[in-house]
Design a protein. Structure first.
Length: 340
């Protein structure tokens, strides 16, 4: 998600009209078998996915009716211009990624691996605009193909080649080379997780299987739990997405979507700190509004919600205010939609 973690700080049932890695006409690809019902379980430290809580979290995620889980191993860079991604003590270890994927498959969940690049200072990754694009993309290819190989070894069902890197994502040539390198080691379903204000500028969707969007559109100009106001907010967005999907002849997956349980969350879905006032009713109303607005749309491939519980001692936002729906009315919204 945008502008997360240290400063303030998505599982999919395979999808869509698939085009494939090697060309826009390659149809030797995974076949669609249902709409994505997913929840993200992020990692903030090297051993998060090794924690004993992992099994319980995955059982809880499956209990909502989710069929996919998203994992987000993260590398970091020190600045937006002259740095390249590298591991830190906050990067999930490969051993832990192997473990969590195995546990997820054992729990009957499909997996999307969605590696992130974040800034050490907690700034917005969309601000990464390398002074030396060749050097940055060389380093990025090394980062992303490392996880593509891991995804292939672990039979991960879906892979995201990038997330919200709007400062680089208009570079079609270099991103196409990145995608080609991923395809050399991974043959599952591919997407890129574009921010909601980024996706229309991207020119490499033809090299991917799904249009991925992190769906943090503001739905209102002030705090609300009113279904009519939220439905009105979704109406132009849905029309825009339907047209975009038709133009590119690809389905759209919400690689992330989420709302904190704070007053005003529908006005600023991308913010961890909208308010210090808890508003679980506004969170649940926003969950329900998204699922209602997109229900039955043939071009919509589903949603990967951000996010399930934080790991013990690692959360920077109190659970009662955080993105997690766990133990809140929003969890019951998911159960009502996904377990019916």
């Amino acid at each position: 998600m945008r502008a997360l973690r240290r400063a303030t700080a998505a599982v999919t049932a395979a999808v869509a009209v698939l085009t494939g890695c090697s060309s826009d006409t390659d149809d030797d690809r995974p076949t669609p078998h249902g709409q994505v019902r997913g929840i993200t379980l992020p990692a903030w430290n090297t051993d998060d996915y090794d924690r004993p809580e992992a099994r319980r979290y995955l059982r809880q995620i499956a209990g909502t009716g989710a069929r996919w889980v998203v994992f987000t191993p993260t590398w970091y860079q020190n600045g937006t211009r002259r740095s390249t991604p590298h591991t830190t003590e906050e990067t999930a270890s490969d051993r832990s990624v192997r473990r969590i994927v195995g546990l997820a498959h054992g729990a009957g969940l499909k997996v999307m691996l969605k590696p992130h690049v974040d800034l050490v200072d907690g700034g917005d990754r969309a601000g990464i605009r390398p002074a030396d694009p060749d050097a940055w993309f060389t380093a990025y290819r090394r980062f992303i193909t490392h996880y593509a190989r891991l995804a292939g070894e672990l039979d991960v069902e879906q892979f995201a080649v990038g997330t919200e890197l709007a400062g680089t994502s208009t570079d079609r040539r270099r991103w196409t080379h990145v995608i080609d390198a991923v395809c050399d080691t991974y043959d599952g379903t591919l997407t890129y997780a574009a921010n909601y204000d980024e996706y229309a500028r991207i020119r490499f969707w033809g090299s991917l299987d799904l249009i991925g969007i992190d769906a943090y559109w503001p739905l209102a100009d002030s705090a609300t739990a009113d279904p009519a106001r939220l439905a009105k907010g979704w109406k132009p967005i849905v029309a825009e997405l339907a047209a975009f999907s038709a133009r590119l002849d690809k389905k759209i997956l919400f690689t992330e979507a989420g709302y904190v349980s704070q007053r005003g969350t529908a006005a600023e879905p991308y913010s961890w700190t909208v308010s210090e006032r808890a508003a679980a009713d506004e969170q649940s109303a926003a969950y329900d509004a998204l699922l209602t607005a997109l229900d039955g749309r043939s071009w919509w491939a589903g949603v990967c919600w951000w996010m399930w519980d934080d790991w013990p001692d690692s959360g920077e936002t109190a659970p009662r205010l955080a993105y997690t729906p766990h133990g809140k009315p929003a969890e019951q919204v998911l159960r009502r939609w996904w377990r019916a």
